[in-house]
Design a protein around this ligand. Structure first.
Ligand code: PMV
Length: 324
C-alpha cells in the first residue's frame, strides 16, 4: 500500500472513451453493469484533469469551477471508500479541456481520472482492472477510459479490457465536430433506463448488439475502415432507434447533427471515407483515415465555419500527472 498523506494533493488525467460500438442500457442498475458489449477508442489530446485532497468530513466536487451535485457521486465515493479500506472524504476539483456533459464522453474521462486520483490520494495503488471496476460505478464508459488504445467492455462485465494498443492503427483519425455547447437536457443514465423500461425495441437492441461488437472487433483487427465505419453506423443508429421509441421519446440530435450526418453520407457517395457516430448529445464524431482528413476538414469548413473541429486519434489511458 502506498503512503497515505492527509496533506497530500494528487493529480490525474484521463481521456474520454468514444464508443465505436455502443454500450446503451444496464444489465444491473445497482451495480451499473452494461447490457451490451462495447468497444471504445481512448481519444488523444482531450482530457479531464482531476485534483484530489483527502480532508474534511464530507465529499465535495467541482467541475470546471462550478460545484457538482454530490448525489451524482455519492455511491461512487462509498464504493471508493470500501475499495481503499479507509474512511476518508474527498475534495475534488476537475476540469475538462473540452465541453462537459455535451455528448463528448466527459463522464468517461471524468470518472476514470477520479478513480485514479482518489485511490492514490487515499494511499492505495489499485491495479488497472480494479480501477476499471471502480470507475464503472461512476459511469460504465469510464471503465474503458482507464485504458489507452482500443478497449472493450463486455455485456455484464465488471471491468473493461484493452484489445489493441494505441499504436495498433496509426492512420485512424477521429474528427470531433462540436455543433453546440451546453449540457444535455436528459442524462444518459436516465435515457438508458427509459430505453430499458419503455422501448419496444430495447430487447432486440441488446441481442443484436453482440454481432455488431464481433464485427467491429474483426474490422479493427484487419484495420478495415469501410467495414468498421459500416458497423459503427449500424450501432449508433440502432441505439438512437431505442431512444426514439421510448415513452416519452428521447432525442439528442439538433438540426446541425442531421446536416452533418447527411454531409458524411454525401462524402461517402463521392468515395470519401467519412464515417460518423454520435452519443448522448448533439455532437458528431467522424472516423476516417489520415489521408482523407484534409478533404473532410475542408468540406466541414465549407458547410459551416462555426463548428468546432478537433482532430484526434487513439491515445493513452489514465495516469497520475507525475507520470506524464
Ligand atoms: O457511461 P455513460 O453512462 O456516460 O454512458 C455512455 C453511453 C454512450 O456514450 C452513448 C455509449 C458508450 O458506450 O460510451
Amino acid at each position: 500500500m502506498a503512503e497515505f498523506d492527509p496533506n497530500g494533493r494528487t493529480v490525474s488525467r484521463a481521456s474520454p472513451s468514444l464508443a465505436l460500438v455502443k454500450y446503451w442500457g444496464k444489465a444491473d442498475t445497482a451495480e451499473n453493469l452494461p447490457a451490451t458489449p462495447s468497444i471504445g477508442i481512448t481519444l488523444d489530446g482531450l482530457y479531464s484533469t482531476t485534483e484530489v485532497t483527502c480532508c474534511g468530513s464530507e465529499d465535495a466536487v467541482s467541475v470546471d469551477g462550478s460545484p457538482a451535485p454530490v448525489n451524482r457521486y455519492r455511491s461512487f465515493f462509498d464504493r471508493l471508500r470500501s475499495a481503499v479500506g479507509r474512511q476518508v472524504y474527498f475534495q475534488v476539483r476537475s476540469s475538462n479541456n473540452f465541453p462537459t456533459a455535451a455528448g463528448l464522453a466527459s463522464s468517461s474521462s471524468g470518472f476514470a481520472a477520479l478513480s485514479l486520483a482518489c485511490s492514490a490520494a487515499a494511499g492505495v495503488s489499485l491495479t488497472k482492472r480494479e480501477l476499471s471496476a471502480l470507475a464503472r460505478f461512476g459511469s460504465a464508459s469510464a471503465a474503458r477510459a482507464v485504458y489507452g488504445g482500443f478497449v472493450s467492455l463486455d455485456a455484464g462485465a465488471e471491468y473493461a479490457e484493452p484489445v489493441f494498443p494505441e499504436d495498433h492503427w496509426p492512420e485512424l483519425r477521429i474528427i470531433v465536430v462540436a455543433v453546440a455547447s451546453g449540457e444535455k437536457a436528459v442524462s444518459s443514465r436516465k435515457a438508458m433506463e427509459l430505453s430499458r423500461t419503455t422501448s419496444p425495441y430495447y430487447e432486440r437492441w441488446v441481442t443484436d448488439s453482440v454481432s455488431l461488437y464481433d464485427e467491429a472487433l474483426a474490422a479493427l483487427r484487419m484495420r478495415d475502415m469501410e467495414r468498421l465505419g459500416h458497423v459503427m453506423g449500424l450501432s449508433y443508429m440502432r441505439m438512437f432507434a431505442a431512444m426514439l421509441s421510448c415513452d416519452p421519446p428521447v432525442h439528442y440530435w439538433l438540426p446541425d447533427s442531421t446536416r452533418l450526418i447527411h454531409l458524411c453520407g454525401r462524402m461517402r457517395s463521392e468515395g470519401i471515407g467519412a464515417w460518423e457516430t454520435m452519443d448522448a448529445g448533439p455532437q458528431v464524431k467522424i472516423a476516417c483515415l489520415a489521408s482523407e482528413e484534409p478533404v473532410i476538414r475542408k468540406r466541414l469548413a465549407a458547410e459551416d465555419s462555426s463548428w468546432t473541429v478537433t482532430v484526434t486519434r487513439a491515445g493513452p489511458g489514465a495516469c497520475l500527472l507525475e507520470d506524464v
